[in-house]
Write a protein that binds this ligand. Structure first.
Ligand code: GLU
Length: 474
């Protein structure tokens, strides 16, 4: 059997939204499941979209996600170059080969002529398809035109009758009527290939066995297959994947939050959690388990279980998965994803390292992503806390003032400020004020933190410090 080889083929835009990343993960898992190769190919034939540093950005992103590239622009490999703009000579060579084989032809039609045809099609309410005007030019006519410096493109000769079909691993049999296929442009007049041509040439020359890509290419694939047939090449297995939509049901875009991987990462989401979440978005394992390591995914990933329907990027679900991973973090890693956010939001100059570490560890089970530490800990950084109506109502209950004043004097008496002594102060209050359970803890919690819920109360009080606690109690 041939070695499995998949490729991730992004355009160098300097940006990766979660839909692209999910495609990369699927490609990686399919390759690694069969001990195959994962290749990075940069599709930069549209030079207008190119951004400086974009290739490093892609490497960086995949690295963070623990996705290892076997061959690519920054790796050694037998099938390079791995950047399309460095392969232009190859596309030219193969396009001209097709012309010689009679499977493609020079087209000298001017933009005005094509515009006129488009307009006519528009008026007649039919889809525009190039009319094959240049298909039957003689050799002499072609030579003459080239000699005169006329610009040309190379177009693929499509069959005009019959049906083309192929089997997609996810979508099943896909059929199109050949008469709907345009004699598509393979090589543009500037000598650059179209995506439609370059992807086929590259996938063949790079020995790609499985092409995994967005389902916007489902209906174009018969055209690609006709190219494989024209050259007499073996076709890859096709796996088209549905789109990842924003919460508004629309294609991910700036408007619906975009969900760029780097934004998530910078907000303190863990790459392994994002990967875990994305794989489960539009793919399901045979069991009901939802948490998997990369190695487990490699072992169990079966592309036949990729879903046909679009999936919605659900930040709440991602938060749930991410929280799961945060709970398992070592202290230093937890600090790494939270500290930058605390520093940015608050003045930590008078806080010790121990205090900060105690703080983030106290909230370990209470945050879903690193940056969330800022909102849950604001009670430690503000002068005055304000009670919402629910808290105010609770505090108006009978006997509460007494509980608070008993507790305040217990706190005042503490000389050694430890969690243990604070705990004892709470227990003493229980005895002396004659209250227990909710009527003991809730008033204290509300008074010192301004909240009805939160992490361990004695630890919270410890972190607040004696002076702040006394001020808030009074
Ligand atoms: N450059 C194409 C894209 O980003 C890749 C499609 C493919 O994988 O063939 O959509």
């Amino acid at each position: 059997m041939k070695k499995v080889r998949t490729r991730f083929a992004p355009s160098p835009t300097g940006f990766m939204h979660v839909g692209n990343l999910r495609t990369a993960i699927f490609e990686y898992l399919i390759a690694k499941h069969d001990s195959g190769d994962f290749i990075l190919r940069i599709e930069d034939t549209d030079q207008t979209r190119k951004v400086d540093g974009a290739i490093d950005f892609i490497y960086n992103t995949l690295n963070l996600c623990n996705i290892h590239i076997d061959e690519g622009p920054n790796n050694k490999g037998e099938f390079g170059p791995y950047i399309q703009s460095e392969r232009v000579h190859l596309y030219k060579e193969y396009a001209h080969k097709l012309v010689e084989m009679g499977k493609a032809y020079y087209c000298f039609c001017t933009e005005e002529r094509l515009e006129k045809l488009r307009k006519e099609a528009d008026e007649n309410n039919v889809a525009f398809l190039y009319d094959g005007h240049c298909k039957n030019l003689t050799k002499e006519e072609i030579e003459e035109k080239i000699k005169n410096g006329e610009k040309y493109v190379i177009r693929q000769k499509m069959p005009k009758e019959g049906i083309s079909s192929y089997e997609d691993l996810v979508y099943g049999e896909i059929k199109v009527e050949n008469k709907l296929l345009e004699d598509q442009i393979l090589l543009k007049s500037d000598g650059y290939p179209t995506y439609n041509f370059a992807n086929v040439i590259d996938d063949h020359l790079m020995n790609i066995t499985h092409v995994i890509r967005g389902n916007e290419y489902v209906m174009s694939t018969p055209k690609y297959n006709l190219l494989y047939d024209a050259f007499g090449w073996e076709k890859p297995t096709y796996i088209h994947v549905s789109m990842v939509l924003g919460s508004d049901g629309q294609k991910l875009s700036k408007r619906n939050g975009d969900a760029s991987f780097m934004d998530l990462y910078n907000d303190g989401y863990l790459p392994e959690a994002v990967i875990n979440y994305l794989v489960m978005l539009g793919w399901s394992p045979e069991t009901n388990d939802e948490i998997f390591t990369m190695n487990e995914l490699i072992k169990i990933f079966d592309p036949k279980r990729i879903s046909k329907s679009p999936s919605v990027f659900d930040i709440k679900k991602l938060n749930w998965v991410n929280a799961h991973y945060i709970k398992k973090l070592e202290s230093d890693k937890l600090l790494e994803i939270t500290l930058p956010h605390l520093k940015e939001a608050y003045d930590l100059s008078n806080k010790t390292d121990e205090w900060i570490s105690e703080l983030v560890n106290l909230y370990k089970d209470h945050i879903s992503y690193g940056k969330e530490i800022v909102e849950v800990t604001d009670l430690f950084f503000k002068e005055n806390i304000e009670l919402d109506s629910e808290c105010t109502e609770f505090m108006s209950a009978e006997g509460i003032d007494n509980t608070i004043s008993v507790f305040a004097s217990e706190i005042e008496n503490i000389t050694d400020w430890t969690v243990e002594n604070i705990n004892t102060a709470i227990m003493n209050t229980k005895e002396k004020a004659g209250v227990k359970g909710k009527m003991l803890f809730m008033p204290i919690r509300i008074k010192v933190s301004g909240q009805m819920h939160g992490p361990e109360l004695p630890n919270t009080i410890h972190l607040l410090g004696k002076e702040t606690v006394l001020n808030r109690l009074k």
